[in-house]
Write a protein that binds this ligand. Sequence first.
Ligand code: FCB
Length: 542
Amino acid sequence: MLETSRATTTYRRLLLLCFLSSSALCFLLSEPVEGEEEIVSRSHFPDGFLFGTTTSAYQIEGAYLDDGKGLSNWDVFCHVPGNIKENGNGDTADNHYHLFLEDIELMHSLGVTAYRLSISWTRILPRGRYGEVNPMGIMFYNRILDRLLLKGIEPFVTIHHHDIPQELADRYGGWLSPLMQEDFVHFARICFGSFGHKVKHWATINEANLFVDMAYIRGWYPPSHCSPPFGICSTGNSDVEPLIALHNMILAHGKAVKIYRQEFQGKQGGSIGIVLHAMWYEPLRANNELDQQAVTRGLAFGVGWLLDPLVYGDYPSEMRLLLGDTLPRFTVDEMDYLKGSIDYIGINHYLTLYAKDCLHSSCAPGGSDHAIRGYVYTTGDRDGVPIGQPTGNPRFFVVPGGLKNIVNYIKQRYNNMPMYVTENGYAPPPGEEVQLNQILHDVKRIDYHKSYLAAVASCIRDGADVRGYFAWSLMDNFEWIDGYTVRYGLYYVDRTTLKRIPKTSALWYKDFLANSSGNALDLTQYHGRLEQDLRVAGLEDL
Ligand code: FCB
């Protein structure tokens, strides 16, 4: 059953929660009392729970050629007219490269305790392992990390978030080649060595499972590989290539973690994990056993594809059964170092969809009738009724219960390993943000974060070991193929001046983190503050 977004509960009684695996980990939480309106506040989360914002290098940094940076695959891809909406690109993005001190100040003023960022591969290694390390790149991230630490903000660093050196794309087609494993290990080792004494949370790769879908099934992200019926591309094989690319990414992760554990973890004392694109499904035909099985398969082909090898050493049996030898195999040695190669699971959650069986039932052609999709058809609506409120992405709907369900599923499948919600956020549907005032008074974004935070709090009360929540995103930024047309930020970024203006949600997050007003949002109070901000920024006429 779908969880409703608002439980009619509030939190009163105190509850002592301990994780048995680590006896020191006990904390007091408020427990909900039936029959009253739910209020989510910071006190519903354990001490030390990380509250953060998140970004990625290509989406905010800009300065795409400054100080020795090399060209990434995204630099090149965005320069081809027609690839990105309104021909946007990350050449300047939010100019975070030059404005990072200001951006850290924004985070500090919000009161976040953590910030998730990624490292631009080509700022550190302009030509991958076929060239030298760029000292200016190392200096840039050291300055960011130093500043974060000075401000009491814990850096949570993703090594690879979509952008690879174009040199590697040209030499051997990026992640399709096993040679990429060595490139990634080389890059990761430099990151551990240069930044590891300042970083307590590493994530090797962002959403590898979504990336291969976008790059090798649909062909929407570089290198734009696909085949019919998934899409029309000049090259590719949507049934096979994503499996090879993800296999290489999994092995690259495993090798990097092995090195981190052997050479760095002991003296640096950090933890290392990976970030999953974690979607939840509900059966399209309610109470239908076949669609229930489709949900199970969808989860195995989504979550299990990436995480099973890293926890158990091999792909899920559901995948082997349907894909046979098309699914690559791990050697015994590989299984050995993959097994247990994550200290935590990073969960990026944006969507819940309906799932319909296509193994025994008939489905329209389009890809769901292929093994790579697990013979699962997914859709956001049932009989014309959307599964939740629509957003700026046609496949993303507001279904807070989906986060609760996916966390509980991961908790069970992976023995309640530590989890962080490494991304969760809202962009309004097109047409809802025409004027600046509409962009800034983002009440729906506030409702979104409140309801998803409440879902996380409820998972924790039920014993899930969730240790952090990161709002995507600190500020509006380059949203991949959507360019700048879709906005997820707590801060609005004026595209001409690049000034950052707090949206109402930034002010709400600040209050939430200060634990002052919690849910009791007084919008009039925010209006006054916003207008003042606009005056200061010289934007009051917009
Ligand atoms: C996630 C990506 C992130 C951002 C959000 C909206 O899939 O990791 O970079 O684009 O979606």
